[in-house]
Ligand binder design. Structure first.
Ligand SMILES: *Cc1c(COP(=O)(O)O)cnc(C)c1O
Length: 460
């Protein structure tokens, strides 16, 4: 059996046509977009790997559930169903829906975090970091040393460095209001966290009396990696692994646009009744009444179904295999990636592929643009454009930590032939890597420049 192909564990009931373009059309579209892939019309993209957030396909059961949506303002049946599913999965006493993950973060940190505080995490996702910094606190990344070495093969590169966490708790004392762990570690390459590591975090949080929250956007993918890689977890159901992970924590925030298998939605769930009451009051200010939290009843129903579907072993096996398969296509083409491949995305190492383009000439942006020009494939630059700092005194920009292009896989959306096609596009670009040129930023905003900057290719 192991020799057989791992197939998509679904068949297709509704289709959405893809629009092909010529290279000349893509060149015009990219120039029009100021060589910023975020500014493209999605219609000009053939295979869109910009993000896995909210871009997946819902199942027939989810669409059917939407018809049962109860749009009552308060006390809707849809909320009752959503609450039941979330409580059974997470075990937390209080279930608070939000319109997406960052709303759950804003509400939680608004109640828990004060100016001058320090919030540890393996690696903060950018909205998590922004919401902590917005409170005047420090978002401190404490991922294990393996997690910082892109090329190293290790099973749990998302793990928290427990020694560093203990030092932080001892040194910062009262200034640590909560410890976070992100599963899987999105900003660290979609790398998983082991149950043993979560138990270690739990023990430290108990010792220092600090609450422990999961940023659990990809709890199901993390559970699959645990089953595949952690000693003693083999053969366990992903659902029971996920349940155990949640029960090690005191609460969680989740973007349900990931493993909720929804196109919109978020969740804040926790045990502390006083904190929950304060969060609900805050929720009413901006999200809505606590039984809908900025979502329609039909969204809550679709999410209630998605949260149960997502731990299906056949789905997770296919999901994680798809990312590994795409990574293998990149390796075949001589393009290094972050290793091992994550659950939701692969990360091409543009710095290694394009050594002739210095960081301040944005090699990862050059690769991302070329993948689009070559085959209409859209990824996202995670390099100096996203994380570098503007150079002082007219000098070159300070580089970001790495020069990566992330290709994120929407859930249940593309077939293996789409993935093969992406592999061919990567290979075609890699074959003429030395001809790629760098880019220059023409205009940029002060914050989060990668979203709206305009660029132009350099001539050389
Ligand atoms: C997507 C994501 C978030 C934010 O969720 P949104 O629904 O986009 O607001 C937070 N943390 C992680 C790890 C994420 O991947």
């Amino acid at each position: 059996m192991a020799e057989r192909s791992i197939i998509e564990p679904f068949r297709i009931k509704a289709v959405e046509p893809l629009r092909s373009t010529t290279r000349a059309e893509r060149e015009a579209a990219l120039a029009e977009a100021g060589h910023n892939l975020f500014a493209l019309d999605a219609d000009d993209v053939l295979i869109d790997l910009l993000t896995d957030s909210g871009t997946g396909a819902m199942s027939a059961e989810q669409w059917a559930a939407m018809m049962r949506g109860d749009e009552s303002y308060a006390g809707a049946r849809s909320f009752a169903r959503f609450e039941r599913v979330c409580s059974a999965l997470t075990g937390f006493a209080h279930v608070i829906p939000t319109h997406q993950g960052r709303a759950a973060e804003r509400i939680l940190f608004g109640e828990l975090v004060r100016a001058g505080d320090v919030v540890p995490n393996n690696t903060h996702f950018d909205t998590t970091r922004a919401n902590i910094e917005f409170q005047g606190a420090e978002a401190r990344d404490l991922v294990c040393p393996e997690g910082r070495d892109l090329a190293l093969e290790a099973p749990f590169k998302g793990n928290v460095d427990l020694d560093a966490l203990e030092r932080t708790l001892a040194e910062e004392g009262e200034r640590v209001p909560v410890v976070l762990v992100t599963i899987t570690n999105n900003s660290g390459g979609g790398q998983p966290v082991s149950l043993a590591n979560l138990r270690g975090v739990r023990a430290l949080c108990d010792r220092y009396g600090v609450p422990f929250f999961l940023d659990a956007c990809r709890f199901a993918e993390n559970a699959w990696f645990v089953r595949e890689r952690e000693p003693g977890q083999d053969g366990r159901s992903p659902r029971s692994i996920a349940e155990e992970a949640f029960r090690l924590a005191d609460g969680c925030t989740i973007s349900l646009k990931k493993d909720g298998l929804g196109n919109i939605g978020g969740l804040l769930a926790l045990d502390d009744p006083d904190l929950a009451a304060a969060c609900r009051d805050n929720l009413i200010l901006t999200e809505g009444f606590p039984t809908y939290g900025g979502l329609a009843g039909r969204d809550l129903d679709a999410l209630a179904v998605g949260l149960e579907e997502v731990t299906d072993p056949d789905y997770l096996r296919y999901r994680v295999r798809t990312a590994a398969y795409l990574a293998e296509r990149a390796w075949d083409a001589g393009v290094p990636t972050v290793r091992p491949p994550g659950g939701h995305a692969i990360y091409l190492d543009a710095g290694a592929l394009l050594p002739h383009i210095p960081a301040h000439e944005l090699p990862a942006q050059a690769l991302a643009c070329e993948l689009y020009l070559e085959g209409g494939v859209r990824g996202v630059e995670i390099g100096t454009l996203m994380f570098g700092r503007v150079g002082t005194g007219g000098g070159p920009d300070e580089p970001g930590p790495h020069e990566l292009v992330r290709l994120a896989l929407p859930r249940r959306t593309y077939t293996q032939s789409h993935v093969d096609y992406v592999g061919e596009v990567i290979a075609a670009v890699a074959a003429r890597a030395e001809t790629l040129r760098g880019y220059r930023i023409v205009e940029q905003p002060r914050w989060l420049r990668h979203f709206t900057a305009t660029l132009e290719p350099l001539d050389r």
